[in-house]
Design a protein around this ligand. Structure first.
Ligand code: ACO
Length: 331
């Protein structure tokens, strides 16, 4: 069944602080050449000082509200996709207050690099049932705060950023289809996990939780991405009877240029149809897809009626696909 009546408005927000491969090479045993050739990344943005996830997410949301000329009071629901919240109880409520969307319900979802795609799919369900008319989906992560800056195998990859999409109920259909997949068996291949430490000097035995740095089996994640993502995209296209040749743009989670190219090759989608801004921002987790979409729209790459296939993949392991027909005007 095709999903109808959902129209997105996009905006993104990135910190100003640029960290080049050269700077990282002074911190760990690596080089610009190694990072570029293995990942395609040249630089990334990192939050300075106490700049928070809520700051990033709110700024992206406020830009989207301005661009869409939307009254924040119109927003019925805010979904914040993040794995790096300021507060484990959730950060969406704080964003709701910050952007003055006082009528909106707000909650977080955690699905790592698939978070924005799952957020869009969740939002479209609320709109499709007629419960809500305007939903704000934010994909935001501050990976720099959870990365071990002494681990060369992970610190080279990630950056901070946020992207926001406002989905509005409209007459024509814009989100044509979707699919979400999960394989918890491979959960330990990519984690931001915790350890519990026995608390000393109190009468009962209790444990306090502390978080580890990101840990990743890069090779396994690479193999997973290049096998499962094209398979899921083909299944999704098949379900909605859309041909691969009809796709104008492939927008994948910006993880690694080699992953983007390999998936494109497997799907026979030419490189010039694959959106890539990874060289500037690295892997911004839940933010990477909305940031790349926003940029492609601003650069006039994406035109009205273009068919875009978007796919997120990452920790969980989770992966998700959404097919969108882009329309610039609300109708
Ligand atoms: N600089 C120099 N050498 C390095 C670096 C570095 N930064 N990192 C690793 N190496 C070394 C290794 O130690 C290894 O040396 P050895 O052969 O002497 O043991 C060698 O380079 C090769 O290492 P590999 O891990 O095999 O390198 P690979 O080509 O697999 O690239 C990478 C690593 C970039 C991480 C790749 O596996 C990858 O991109 N994986 C996917 C990551 C991903 O997509 N994550 C997305 C999800 S993120 C999320 O959900 C939050």
């Amino acid at each position: 069944m095709a999903i109808k009546k959902v129209k997105p408005i996009l905006c993104s927000y990135l910190p100003n602080n640029i960290i080049s491969n050269e700077i990282i090479s002074q911190m760990v045993d690596t080089s610009d050449e190694w990072i570029k050739s293995r990942t395609g990344i040249e630089e990334r943005r990192i939050c300075k000082d106490d700049y928070s996830l809520v700051d990033l997410g709110s700024n992206a949301a406020l830009e989207a509200i301005k661009k869409g000329n939307i009254d924040p009071a119109e927003i019925d629901l805010i979904i914040l996709a993040t794995s790096t919240p300021d507060d484990l109880f959730g950060s969406a409520a704080k964003i709701q207050y910050r952007i003055k969307a006082f009528n909106a319900a707000a909650f977080d979802i955690t699905a790592a690099c698939s978070g924005f795609i799952i957020g869009i799919i969740t939002a479209s369900q609320f709109i499709n049932t007629g419960i809500y008319k305007t939903v704000l989906v934010i994909g935001a992560d501050v990976m720099s705060k959870f990365v071990d800056w002494q681990d060369r195998s992970t610190c080279i990859l990630f950056g901070d950023g946020a992207g926001a999409a406002i989905l509005k109920s409209t007459i024509k259909q814009h989100i044509l289809g979707f699919q979400i997949k999960t394989n918890g068996e491979l959960n330990s291949e990519l984690t931001l996990s915790s350890k519990d430490l026995l608390q000393q000097n109190i009468a009962i035995q209790v444990f306090n939780r502390q978080y580890n740095f990101i840990q990743m089996n890069g090779k396994e994640i690479y193999k997973f991405a290049i096998s499962k993502v094209p398979e899921a995209i083909l299944n999704c296209l098949n379900t909605y009877q859309i041909q691969i040749e009809d796709i104008d743009w492939l927008l994948l989670h910006q993880a690694n240029i080699r992953i983007l190219k390999a998936i494109g090759e497997q799907l026979s989608i030419p490189q010039n149809k694959i959106l890539n801004n990874l060289y500037k921002y690295g892997n911004t987790s839940a933010a990477s897809i909305p940031i790349a979409l926003d940029e492609a729209i601003l650069e006039n790459k994406i035109q009205d009626n273009d068919l875009i296939i978007m796919a997120g993949f990452g920790a969980g392991l989770t992966w998700g696909t959404v097919i969108i027909k882009w329309k610039d005007k609300l109708n």
